[in-house]
Ligand binder design. Structure first.
Ligand SMILES: NC(=O)c1ccc[n+]([C@@H]2O[C@H](COP(=O)([O-])OP(=O)(O)OC[C@H]3O[C@@H](n4cnc5c(N)ncnc54)[C@H](OP(=O)(O)O)[C@@H]3O)[C@@H](O)[C@H]2O)c1
Length: 273
């Protein structure tokens, strides 16, 4: 594996994580997360709104892997924003997960101006030791600038949609985050397989002897992001980790970068909140 990325708080984060959106009910989430931990993932990404924190937590506890070796992330949902609600929601998520601390707690969306008191509450949660790092998700450069004007706590992570089809749209955000020491996590890195991988991705995959999915995940890594692929298929779960034994050339990266057509999987947070 690559050297793990270092957060602006000095802690490290695994270079790839396991996504759990839509893996429900809890029993299915438990099974998938157990398979992921067994395969070697050490970052698990969930959210209160995914409705599977309980299953995720059971898998982490039953895996037998020491708690400090698993990087657990969950997220504050929009309805829970606000200072007191954030404190309460974090405790609820910890209870659901059956854990005493989170490695990373993220504001899920910059959905309303209540994100400001939510961020203040994140600072409080960090001081109490309930979360080791605080971050955001779906924040644009404007949202990040606004946050930094109000607070001296810089987010450790910004989790955003990132895959070749929106590279151009996210390029400046990547540069901005790198400049601020904010690690970017790539969600929907496989575009949810909602579209057939482009022929150019197939061509590169053939050239490097990998699958199109492995090529795209490797592209995310070479852009300095932490991809969070999701799968319930044990073969895919394992295959998605096999991306540390090859490298894409500059020419490959250019071809993949050029596939941008701006088609997003989720909402565009531009102007949100
Ligand atoms: N912060 C946010 O607002 C936000 C938004 C969206 C997602 N996320 C996070 O990011 C994670 C990943 O994003 P995502 O779930 O939207 O989508 P994704 O990881 O891009 O794609 C998941 C889809 O890809 C398929 N897949 C995975 N590996 C494959 C492989 N090797 N070959 C073929 N198909 C494969 C999966 O099917 P199989 O199960 O059949 O493998 C599943 O249908 C989420 O689970 C969540 O944790 C966060």
């Amino acid at each position: 594996m690559l050297e793990p990325p270092v957060l602006n708080t000095g802690r490290t984060i695994p270079p790839i994580g396991f996504g759990t959106w839509e893996i429900k009910p809890n029993q299915a989430a438990k099974k998938a997360v157990l398979a992921a931990l067994k395969a070697g993932y050490r970052l698990i990404d969930t959210a209160k709104i995914y409705g599977n924190e309980q299953g995720v937590g059971e898998a982490i506890r039953e895996s037998g892997i020491p708690r400090e070796e698993v990087f657990v992330t969950t997220k504050l949902w929009n309805d829970d924003q606000g200072y007191n609600r954030t404190l309460e929601a974090c405790r609820t998520s910890l209870q659901n997960l059956g854990l005493d601390y989170l490695d990373l707690y993220l504001i899920h969306w910059p959905a309303s101006t209540r994100r400001h008191p939510s961020w203040d509450a994140m600072k409080q949660l960090k001081e109490e030791g309930l979360i080791l790092d605080a971050g955001v998700s779906n924040y644009t450069i404007d949202h990040l600038r606004e946050l930094q004007e109000r607070s001296d706590m810089v987010p450790a992570v910004n989790q955003v949609e990132f895959h070749p089809f929106i590279y151009e749209q996210q390029r400046e955000l990547l540069i901005y985050c790198a400049g601020q020491g904010i690690v970017v996590e790539a969600y929907s890195p496989l575009s949810r397989m909602a579209r057939e991988p482009h022929q150019a991705i197939h061509n590169i995959a053939r050239e490097v002897g990998k699958t199109p999915q492995q090529v795209v995940l490797r592209w995310c890594i070479q852009h300095g992001t932490v991809p969070l692929p999701r799968s319930t298929n044990p073969r895919h779960i394992e295959a998605n980790l096999q991306i540390f034994d090859f490298e894409l050339s500059d020419a490959h990266m250019k071809v993949l970068n050029s596939l941008s057509d701006g088609e997003r999987i989720t909402w565009d947070p531009e102007g949100m909140g």
